[in-house]
Each structure stands twice: as structure tokens, then as C-alpha cells.
Design a protein around this ligand. Structure first.
Ligand code: MLC
Ligand code: AMP
Length: 472
């Protein structure tokens, strides 16, 4: 039998009552294992299971149950509207949707009981149920997660993440950050992406560290949690740095870690001034998991994401004479392709088998990596969320009043980029269009600004020229 993915769940000292806290509710590892065992027994044999990923103990239990049973998990953002949710459920062919208690209104803001249009059976997770799961440890090559992630155009694609990729990544991060069972990990990130779910939940369950999930990533909640290891996206660290009392409370921590988007140098410096910590910055992608990081025992430099994690090799595909170019990677943490999209999968690799990140980077002589930007401006990062311009444009075009739409990411101090939509439309307001996108897709994919134009700038071929759009 291979080593279990969630190592710490098999250890004997599982009765600590606050091993796991999510949004104020705590449980022991023993209780988590028992409730997850009941989930595993209910779903064993299913080809795939969707989980409505609210920030709750139920979500953690659902994910752990599926991992015990070897059923691939498809996390569904709890605030996703019908268009996005239906796409995820249909594309993944999930026939079961694990949720919190039925009727629960949660932090996602939508009714948990809202009947999904895709043909799925909703299965509420009951934390009081217990079962001892005795099934064998699934094959490390098996899929752990199908994570839906946006490309530049079209609907999100399901990235297939294997159990062994997760294990390799978590072990490499534990090594780089000296992350052990002595740590208390604190964060409040969404449980449907790599950052909050894979690192932020499975990382704690593999290393054996306590986990405090704050429900939302609010500075005051981070300050109150008293952790040793903190995760945040740059927007969260910007908000912490704007709240000096909360920031100072983090002085007692061991390590502050930023990722999912570039950490601005002024935020790095403010955090250092207020907390005494130079934050660790790490870089990753849904398709590759985390691949580069500065280290607990190494130098941390503003603007740099450090060196490759154990097992990862990187190269920069620069033009002759240039220092910057596309960052390409190989290693054990890479995904197994996009579900049902062999062409997109093939297109994300070079002919000699390296993964093309689409990020532009430079590697200094000392091996430190700097991410300069993205090759395509149609992939937006806002608040650490990856959002495809095409997906938002399609949602806008579904509105009967909208004739043309072009979406861009405009620089924004807090969010990194904010989504700005340029539309040609009649008889509709900015607020209506923002709410329309928030209602169809996830709330974080909504434009923050809408500009009305008489026509989109186009080239002679009729293609919209986003570079010629007026300033936001
Ligand atoms: C606002 N709201 C609306 C609305 N406008 N609801 C419906 N319709 C509208 N028009 C509500 C929201 O539901 C929410 O309610 C509240 O307003 C605030 O929402 P927001 O404005 O979107 O939140 P904001 O403050 O902008 O969020 C900032 C943030 C968030 C940092 C909290 O962006 C975030 O959690 N980012 C993390 C992204 C992440 O984890 N990325 C990792 C990807 S993995 P309510 O009730 O909910 O408050 C990856 C790999 C790697 O990248 O390297 O890590
Ligand atoms: P996602 O697939 O949502 O995980 O988004 C991955 C993208 O986030 C990468 O391709 C980068 O563009 C960006 N990203 C993640 N971490 C960093 C970082 N530390 N610095 C700059 N960009 C980052």
C-alpha cells in the first residue's frame, strides 16, 4: 500500500478538539476522519463528485471523504451563477454534489438549497455521521481534483491534478518553509482553488499543522487567530498593511507567505516595517501547483519569487539576446491535462515536453526568478483570482442589450488588476451589467467598471483592438 496522501489523519494523537477550525467551528482530526469516512462510504465508486466549496467544516469533510474513497473532487465556487455552475457540473459529468446542511445560507451569499439546473443529486454532508473507512489508499497516479480554471477565451477548463502531484508539491513546500506539525496555519482564502484548498487545507492535513480558516481573509481575523504560518494573496496583504494594528499582531508569527499574484514591493516593505517579517513570495498555477518560492532559511527579496522547489526545473524561452521570455517548467507537480481537451493540453506544452506557463520571467545569475507579467493581456488576475477576458465578454454578450464587449484588466492598487468592460449597448446601466455578470458567473468575475462606447476600436480585419481602448 502506498503512503496516505493525508498523512496526519492516520496518526494516533487525533483527539485535539481544535485541530481544524473553519469560520469559527472546530473539530478534531478524529472527528474529521470519522465524518469523512461516512462521506467516503456514501460516494465510493462514483467516477467524480462535485463539492459546493463554501468556507465550512463540511467542505473540508467532503473533500477529505472523497480523497479517502479515491473519488476525484470538483470544487464548485459557492457564489457561481447558473452559467458557470452548469458548465462545471456538465463538463466534469459530476452526478453528485456534496453541500453543507440543506437550506444553509453561507458566506457565498447564495442559497445552498438553490436547485442546480444540471442533473445532479445534492448530498448534504452531516458532521454527526461517522464511519470507519477501511478502503485501500488509492493509486497515487489517480486524479485528486478537477480544478476549473479560465483561459483567455471560452469557458473554464478542468485541470486534472493527481494525488502524487499534490503530495510532491506539499512535501516540497514543507521543506522550503520548514512547515511542520508544530505550526498553526491561518488563512481565509476560498476553498475552490489551489491556494486555499490544496495548500491551505491539504497542506495542514499532510504536515499535521493546526489549521484556522478565518472564513474571510479579513485583517482583524488574521490578527486574532494567533498563527505561526499565514497565507494570503497580495490583496489580503495590502489590506493587512493598511491596518497597522492587525499587521503588528502578526509579528509573533514565524512566516507570512504571499502568492497567486505579484506582491507589490511597497506592500512587501510595509509588511516588513509593521510585522518585522520579510514575506515569503511563491509562484504557482492551477496546472503546475506551486513551483517557485523563497525559503524559510533563505533570502527574501521584493519582486522575486525565489528558486525552483525540489524536483522542479525551469527555463526562460527568451529571444536571442533578450533576458526575459516565457517561463517553462517540468517536474512532478504538473497536471495531467485538461479534462476532455487534448488539443488544449497539447498546446500547453512545448515540442520537447516543457509546460508553457504563459508568464514572462527573468532568472537572475543567482537563480532567483522574477515574474515580469503575462504574455496575454486576456488573462486577468484580480484579487488573486484568474479570470479570462473571453468568459466575461461572452457573459456580457448574453445580455440582450449588449451588442459588443471587450474586457481588460486595469491596474488597481488593492486588487492588482480590476476588471473593466467596454461595451456597445443601449438602454442598460453600468450597475445592471455588473449584476448580470455577477449573477451568471462568479461574483469575483464581475466588472468593477463598465464604459459605454459607440463602437469598439477594430483593425482592418475587424478584430477588436484592446490597446486602442480609452483609459478606464
Ligand atoms: C459585491 N458583492 C456582490 C456584488 N458586488 N454580490 C452580488 N452581486 C454583486 N454585483 C458581494 C460579494 O458577494 C461579497 O459578499 C462582497 O460583495 C465582497 O465581494 P468582493 O467585492 O468581490 O470581495 P473583495 O473584497 O473584492 O475580495 C477580495 C478578496 C478576494 C481578496 C477577499 O479577491 C479573494 O478571496 N481572493 C482570493 C483568490 C484566490 O484564492 N486565488 C487563488 C487562485 S490559485 P460576501 O457576503 O461574501 O462578503 C492560484 C495558484 C497560486 O493562483 O499561485 O496560488
Ligand atoms: P491560477 O491558475 O489561478 O493559479 O493563476 C496562475 C497565475 O497566477 C500564474 O500564471 C501567474 O500569472 C499568477 N501568479 C501566481 N503567483 C504569482 C506570483 N507570486 N507573482 C506573480 N504572478 C503570480
Amino acid at each position: 500500500m502506498s503512503a496516505p496522501l493525508l498523512t496526519s489523519l492516520a496518526e494516533p494523537d487525533g483527539d485535539r478538539p481544535d485541530a481544524l477550525t473553519v469560520a469559527g467551528r472546530s473539530c478534531s482530526r478524529e472527528a474529521l476522519l470519522g465524518a469523512a469516512g461516512a462521506v467516503a462510504a456514501r460516494i465510493a465508486g462514483a467516477p467524480v463528485v462535485a463539492v459546493r466549496a463554501t468556507p465550512t467544516v463540511e467542505t473540508v469533510t467532503a473533500v477529505v471523504g472523497a480523497l479517502l474513497a479515491g473519488v476525484p473532487v470538483v470544487p464548485v465556487p459557492p457564489d457561481s451563477g447558473p452559467a458557470e455552475r452548469d458548465h462545471i457540473l456538465r463538463d466534469s459529468t459530476a452526478a453528485l454534489l456534496l453541500t453543507g446542511p440543506q437550506g444553509e445560507e453561507d458566506a457565498g451569499g447564495r442559497e445552498a438549497s438553490a436547485a442546480p439546473a444540471a442533473p445532479v443529486e445534492t448530498v448534504p454532508v452531516d458532521l454527526a455521521e461517522r464511519a470507519a473507512w477501511t478502503g485501500p489508499e488509492p493509486d497515487p497516479k489517480a486524479t485528486a481534483f478537477i480544478l476549473y480554471t479560465s483561459g483567455t477565451t471560452g469557458a473554464p477548463k478542468g485541470a486534472l491534478i493527481s494525488r502524487r502531484a499534490v503530495a510532491a508539491d506539499l512535501d516540497a513546500l514543507a521543506e522550503a518553509w520548514a512547515w511542520t506539525a508544530e505550526d498553526t496555519l491561518v488563512h481565509g482564502l476560498p476553498l475552490f482553488h489551489v491556494h486555499g484548498l490544496v495548500l491551505g487545507v491539504l497542506g495542514a492535513l499532510r504536515t499535521g499543522s493546526r489549521l484556522v480558516h478565518t472564513g474571510r481573509p479579513a485583517p482583524a481575523a488574521y490578527a486574532a487567530a494567533g498563527g505561526s504560518l499565514y497565507f494570503g494573496v497580495p490583496t489580503v496583504w495590502h489590506r493587512v498593511a493598511q491596518d497597522p494594528d492587525a499587521a503588528r499582531a502578526l509579528s509573533a508569527a514565524r512566516l507570512l507567505v504571499s502568492g497567486s499574484a505579484p506582491l507589490p514591493a511597497p506592500v512587501f516593505r510595509d509588511l516588513e516595517l509593521l510585522t518585522g517579517h520579510r514575506p515569503v513570495e511563491r509562484y504557482g498555477m492551477t496546472e503546475t501547483l506551486i513551483t517557485l518560492s523563497t525559503r524559510a532559511d533563505g533570502e527574501r527579496r521584493p519582486g522575486y519569487v525565489g528558486t525552483p522547489l525540489s524536483g522542479i526545473r525551469t527555463r526562460v524561452a527568451a529571444e536571442e539576446g533578450a533576458e526575459i521570455g516565457e517561463l517553462q517548467l517540468t517536474g512532478p507537480t504538473l497536471f495531467d491535462g485538461y479534462l476532455g481537451r487534448p488539443e488544449a493540453t497539447a498546446g500547453s506544452y512545448t515540442d520537447d515536453g516543457w509546460f508553457r506557463t504563459g508568464d514572462i520571467a527573468a532568472i537572475e545569475p543567482d537563480g532567483f526568478h522574477r515574474i515580469v507579467g503575462r504574455a496575454s493581456t486576456d488573462l486577468i488576475k484580480s484579487g488573486g483570482y484568474r479570470i479570462g477576458a473571453g468568459e466575461v465578454e461572452n457573459a456580457l454578450l448574453d445580455h440582450p442589450a449588449v451588442r459588443e464587449a471587450a474586457v481588460v484588466g486595469a491596474p488597481h492598487e488593492d486588487l492588482g488588476q480590476q476588471i473593466v468592460a467596454y461595451v456597445v449597448a443601449d438602454g442598460v446601466s453600468e450597475a445592471e451589467l455588473i449584476d448580470f455578470v455577477a449573477g451568471q458567473l462568479s461574483v469575483h468575475k464581475r466588472p468593477r467598471k463598465v464604459r459605454f462606447l459607440d463602437a469598439l476600436p477594430r483593425n482592418a480585419m475587424g478584430k477588436p483592438q484592446k490597446k486602442l481602448l480609452p483609459p478606464a
